[in-house]
Ligand binder design. Structure first.
Ligand code: CDP
Length: 230
């Protein structure tokens, strides 16, 4: 069977990573959470006092950042390593969510992320989720999905996820963070969040995980079959 590239883009917290992970498992493809890469870069900037507005400092810092993914058998997914350190949990903290969209809007950060993501797709057989994967990283991808969900549902889902680990967190805080990131991600100059012209929209507001997986896998299998009979 031919392998394809599958991209999932969309707003904050609309369930892209969950779906991407499930699809990769079902197809035996590699799953890459591109957002984790921008979150890890943000963690490095915080820990090393790098100002995302200072291009010279950003460029110098990027030469010192090595990102890799490491399979975690207990979660069945990959954890991100920042210079060899597993930072999968640290990057989900609110202090990272507060800054990541500003960091990810920097031109040099984007060039750094996109170049590494494109390398990861050379062998195909990959499901990558993010904001600009179908538009900038893999404009030639065989299947592009633009995931959406009602804002109130996105807030409720993320609040549930975060409050398990951060008992102090409020729904208002989560809502404000999602709205802020969507605004910055949609309006930045370099690869803003956009639906690719040839992306299929998947609104999962009222779908169960199983239902959205069934739909997305059907699209994937149609593409894979079409590629294989060519
Ligand atoms: O919280 P959520 O899972 O929705 O976001 P994420 O996928 O972890 O991404 C965190 C942030 O990284 C986004 O809000 C964007 O600012 C940035 N990002 C990006 O600019 N480009 C990507 N391809 C992926 C993420």
């Amino acid at each position: 069977m031919e392998k394809i590239i599958i991209t999932l883009d969309g707003y904050s917290s609309c369930g892209k990573s969950t779906l991407a992970k499930q699809m990769a498992r079902a197809l035996n493809y590699i799953f890459i959470d591109s957002g984790a890469m921008y979150r890890a870069i943000t963690l490095y900037f915080i820990e090393n006092g790098i100002d995302y507005l200072d291009d010279a400092a950003v460029k110098a810092a990027l030469t010192k950042i090595h990102l890799a993914f490491d399979y975690n058998a207990s979660t069945g997914s990959s954890d991100i390593l920042l210079n060899g350190r597993n930072v999968e949990n640290d990057i989900r903290e609110m202090r990272i969510s507060q800054l990541v969209s500003d960091v990810a809007a920097n031109q040099y950060v984007r060039e750094f992320g996109v170049a590494q993501q494109q390398q990861m797709g050379l062998q195909k057989g990959i499901v990558m989720d993010g904001r600009d994967i179908g538009t900038t990283v893999f404009p030639q991808a065989e299947l592009k999905i633009f995931v959406t969900a009602d804002p109130s549902i996105r807030v409720a889902r993320r609040y549930l996820e975060l409050s398990a680990k951060n008992p102090g967190i409020t729904k208002e805080e989560v809502q404000a963070n999602l709205a802020m990131r969507d605004e910055i991600d949609s309006n930045r100059t370099f690869s803003p969040l956009r639906k690719a012209a040839d992306a299929i929209v998947l609104d999962n507001s009222h779908l169960t995980r199983e239902e959205q997986l069934t739909t997305a896998l059907q699209w994937a299998n149609e593409k894979i079959t079409a590629m294989s009979v060519r």
